[in-house]
Design a protein around this ligand. Sequence first.
Ligand code: ATP
Length: 236
Amino acid sequence: MTNALEIRDLRKRYGDVEALKGVSLSVPEGSFFGLLGPNGAGKTTFINVLVGLVRASGGSASVFGYDVEDDYREARDRIGLAPQEFNVDRFFPIREVLEHKAGYHGVPPEEASRRADEALKQVGIWEKRDTRFDWLSGGMKRRFMLARALVTDPDLLILDEPTAGVDVQLRRDLWELVTDLNDRGTTILLTTHYIEEAERLCDEVAILDSGEIVTVASPEDLMDQGSDRIVVTLRD
Ligand code: ATP
């Protein structure tokens, strides 16, 4: 079976900073995979390589068998990304933003409208469809970012710290939503600082520290290992 992600000796250097120092990782199709690590560990860089925002300095990464550089289009079309930063076109109604996004990924207009509605309903902000992004509340913006990731019906959903700074209710809603998506077959890659979040959601967790994978384990094993250093670091 093809893995959702196959990463071999992936490296990224920004000048003097080695953000990724030879990361190797396999993420099985259908899994809920957690990438944990403290600030500056290289999590966002890793994601940016996968979606083609950053070019690796060495090694390789493939998404469902498609190389992220050589087969960029095929790899990218399979990924839905909910990034940490809100990088959205702020001046259009959010439904239109989603239609454009689906269109950009090759979805015909009628189908794009249908998917936009579906994604907005999935995250519970369909009634805000004619509102522009700027006018949404912080929590709704988070929900919208998830809708934007879902509108292309991705096989791999990447969530970059989706619950950082959100209230308890929204956190629970997001957890329920992504668990449901995973149950229906979507592979999920989640980055988080919270070991508790990984424990609750993930089948398997990799710890990234200073650009290196230090452990890959089930969340239970990770807690059992009593790796105080890691747990304390992550709780900081
Ligand atoms: P956080 O949890 O704070 O988001 P992270 O694990 O996502 O951190 P990255 O943002 O990938 O970590 O950063 C990894 C390292 O690479 C850090 O030392 C960071 O300062 C550096 N870095 C990231 N982007 C750039 C860039 N564009 N230019 C130079 N250095 C960068």
